[in-house]
Design a binder for this molecule. Structure first.
Ligand code: HSE
Length: 397
């Protein structure tokens, strides 16, 4: 099998490395050797062992009938979408690690692949090296999936873990994450939650078989989380995690990305550092947890190459993926029900006038008070919180 890799950055070079490190095992499992014939990139790579394979025009790959599989590791929607579409229409199978592309164009690319008798796979787009897309498509198909809750972003999980362990503030841990190469120079997609928002949109689309637009999902990042929040979390025996959630409600789904204070008994509470964890609840399965390396060069490349092996074994056989382009209307986030931890500078009388009976949390922070509420809708919470001087609020999980 001759393949092409589009994008020779961190993940693309990881794919080449995985194919080299595990060459023999991969050939045994695929049933034939897998060789990289082209690498598409804007740049040249003088001195790189793959230098001779670099091409700059994607049409070179489109027009080469020897190429059966194309790996897309460029990132972004365009030009990745144009290139991937052209590859599928030319009868080539495609795997991608690109969640932006899958969230925006997944349903359409799945349809095009099906029409051309090939496959479009995207295991690495969610959870890096953790198997979750194939399990949802192949292993959990007997279930009505009622809940998926994930820590789906390694960068922010690293930052929150460091804040919890060291009492450090947000800016300090962001700089450390950037110095270590976990956070990008422009960290917006991670710290504002856009990255896990696309990932939960992809997972929910697979669960419901319809298009879930990430723009419809209420999304909060971790930029408002401070060292003082962790002081409260500590006395409450909880950890603060950025969760991406999807729950079946009637015929629709309630989805949200936001920081939560998790109780020690929550299955995701102990998922620390750059690791990801994905909790799945099925109506007949019960609970399942997927845990592991959710980001990084080789873990992500591992999932991409596993797709390549799967596609070698399914040449000319389309593996059906139930993801139709018709958009589903999600439950209005203001109707979703949560409990809240609240920090306020208002006095107890004002707190109780707005919220009724609450449980106060004493963390030795002067000039303010912390308390937890009963369960209420997001809409009800906003009305009550407007009556006090709010410092911060974090949902309880
Ligand atoms: N920035 C992402 C993360 C990379 O930190 O999880 C993997 O999608």
């Amino acid at each position: 099998m001759k393949i092409a890799v589009m994008g020779y950055g961190t993940i693309g070079s990881g794919v080449v490395e995985v194919l080299r490190i595990n060459k023999d095992k991969i050939a045994q499992r695929a049933g034939e050797p897998v060789d990289v014939k082209y690498i598409l990139d804007l740049r040249d790579f003088p001195g790189d062992p793959m230098e001779q394979k670099i091409v700059h025009d994607y049409q070179t790959i489109v027009n080469d009938p020897e190429i059966g599989i194309v790996v897309e590791t460029m990132g972004g929607v365009e030009p990745a979408y144009t290139f991937v579409r052209a590859m599928l229409e030319a009868g080539k199978q495609v795997t991608t690690s690109n969640k932006n592309l899958v969230a925006a164009k997944g349903a359409e690319l799945i349809r095009i692949a099906r029409e051309h008798g090939v496959n479009f796979q995207f295991e690495a787009s969610v959870g890096g090296g953790i198997p979750i897309i194939r399990p949802l498509n192949k292993c959990l198909t007997a279930d009505e999936i009622e809940e998926i809750t994930g820590i789906l972003n390694g960068t922010t999980n690293y930052m929150l873990t460091k804040m919890a362990n060291e009492g450090a503030d947000f800016d300090e841990v962001l700089k450390d994450a950037q110095d270590k190469g976990y956070a990008e120079k422009d960290p917006t997609a991670d710290i504002e939650g856009h990255d896990p928002c696309r990932k939960i949109a992809i997972l929910t689309s697979l669960v419901c078989g319809q298009q879930v637009d990430y723009e419809d999902i209420h999304c909060e990042g971790i930029t408002g989380i401070t060292a003082t929040d962790f002081k409260y979390a500590k006395v409450m025996g909880r950890s603060i995690k950025l969760l991406a959630m999807s729950r079946k409600v009637g015929d629709s789904y309630s989805c949200m990305v936001a920081p939560f204070m998790l109780d020690a008994s929550h299955p995701l509470c102990g998922v620390n550092d750059v690791f990801n964890g994905i909790f799945v609840h099925g109506n007949v399965l019960g609970d399942a947890m997927f845990y592991g390396s959710g980001a990084g060069k080789l873990p992500t490349a591992s999932a991409v190459v596993a797709d390549v092996v799967d596609m070698v074994k399914h040449t000319h056989v389309n593996i059906y993926i139930n993801w139709k382009p018709e958009k589903i209307t999600l439950v209005d986030y203001k109707d979703s029900v949560n409990r809240f931890f609240v920090r306020t500078t208002s006095d107890r009388a004002a707190v109780e006038k707005a919220f009724g009976q609450v449980s106060y949390v004493e963390a030795g922070v002067s000039g303010e008070r912390g308390f937890t509420t009963d369960a209420m809708t997001e809409g009800q919470f906003e009305e009550k919180a407007a009556q006090i001087a709010l410092v911060n609020r974090i949902r309880l999980g």
